[in-house]
Design a protein around this ligand. Sequence first.
Ligand SMILES: [Zn+2]
Length: 272
Amino acid sequence: MKVLISVDMEGIAGIVHPAETTPERYDYERGRALMTAAANAVVEGVLEADPAAEVLVADAHGPYRNLLPEHLDRRVRLIRGKPRELGMLAGLQTGVQAAMFVGYHARAGVAGAVLAHTMTDAVLDVRINGASHGEIGINTLLAASFGVPVVLASGDDAACAEFSTLVPQAVTVPVKRGLGQHAADTLHPDEACERLRHGASQAARQPAGHPPLAVPSPLRVEVDLAQPRSADLAGLIPGATVGGRTVAFDAETMTAAYGILQLIVALTQTGP
Ligand SMILES: [Zn+2]
């Protein structure tokens, strides 16, 4: 079996604040060590269930250069750095049979969820054919478009609930309870790792039991942006239309939609 583990940072046990997830801020080095330990716990669980499994780990937060390569389980391949095709799920196109989301967070605007956002704070909402989705929903659809089921998701309670709404039968591993955007009641990192290892082992034993989500086609994507200037820029993408701060575009495939979403996010981060 080939498994892709996509590791974000905001949903890791112990993490509640951007100072722990942003390069060069004071607690970032601790945050990335916690993230690496969580990734290793999931790898261990997968390999416990299937010692012959091929495991890809995609660093999926911010610059995609957070996991400490030298401390990662040596049995995996690490996908690191950006920009790259399929972003948070790079590696999906290589014949993966199951995906796992670790350290994930709720979508923008969810009250009481730790570090909730959708791709960047500059995005207020993303709707796909009218349904609001965060990274969990977008990435679950992207995986599904490759025929890949997402068999495990971990993050705070809100992230796990968001995932369970889409894929009720899959394994979730909640590692903290949100008390606000920057506050949580969190498990000890070691306890979280133990639960992740167990959950991953359980999920890796039954990937075929979870059919991938149905992907609508064609896709209509709407993105609400915080800054009008970002909407002006996104409106320059051929085929995109702008109404107020909302950019809309059509796409034939989730890969195309995801590529345009990545571009829109990059545009929100450009200077004047
Ligand atoms: Zn992140």
